[in-house]
Write a protein of this length. Structure first.
Length: 186
């Protein structure tokens, strides 16, 4: 089914929208959640919560790209669940490492003003990423959007894990400089 038709179902409050979303984007959402949580049951819970959140936010929101809309919801839910479950112990999970890597650049928001600044920051990050060569974009997005491990990224790019790690470190450094030059105190 076409995304426009699914979104229309949400707007019409047709509960089939959830099942159609599940059929079309269930595996996509599950992959994101499993990469973050490393636990299939917790991932399924986050995916189900994604459908509920989507139902509650469409309307009033009308996503332009449904997959990105769903991906953002499932990522946020999964990261929140991860933080909640691992508040006391960080462990050796990939997600903890990813959160530590990004912590140097961005932080959580607590109020409306911070949310507005966060949206502006997100747009600045997107502009930065769009200027990267395609392989660097791929590495960055696979790591920080899909939460892929360094090993998986290295395999997909025919590089070593160390090479990918060094590349990500360089990109984060350039991103930090880029954001600082634009007035973000990071």
């Amino acid at each position: 089914m076409d995304d426009k038709d699914i979104i229309k179902m949400y707007w019409d409050r047709d509960q089939r929208a959830i099942s159609e979303t599940s059929v079309k984007y269930g595996p996509y959402c599950t992959a994101i959640a499993v990469n973050i949580l490393n636990d299939r049951r917790d991932a399924e819970e986050c995916v189900n919560d994604t459908y509920v959140n989507t139902w509650e936010t469409i309307p009033p929101h009308k996503p332009v790209i449904l997959s990105a809309f769903l991906g953002k919801i499932v990522r946020n839910l999964s990261f929140n669940k991860f933080k909640h479950e691992h508040r006391q112990k960080r462990g050796g999970f990939e997600t903890a490492i990813i959160l530590d890597e990004l912590c140097e650049i961005v932080s959580d928001t607590e109020n409306v003003e911070d949310d507005i600044i966060g949206n502006e920051l997100s747009e600045a990050v997107n502009r930065f990423i769009s200027k990267l060569p395609s392989e660097k974009q791929y590495i960055f997005v696979r790591r920080y959007w899909y939460s892929d491990s360094l090993k998986d990224i290295a395999g997909k790019c025919s590089r070593t894990e160390n090479s990918v790690s060094v590349e990500l470190n360089r990109i984060r450094g350039k991103l930090k400089t880029y954001l600082n030059e634009r007035g973000y105190d990071i």
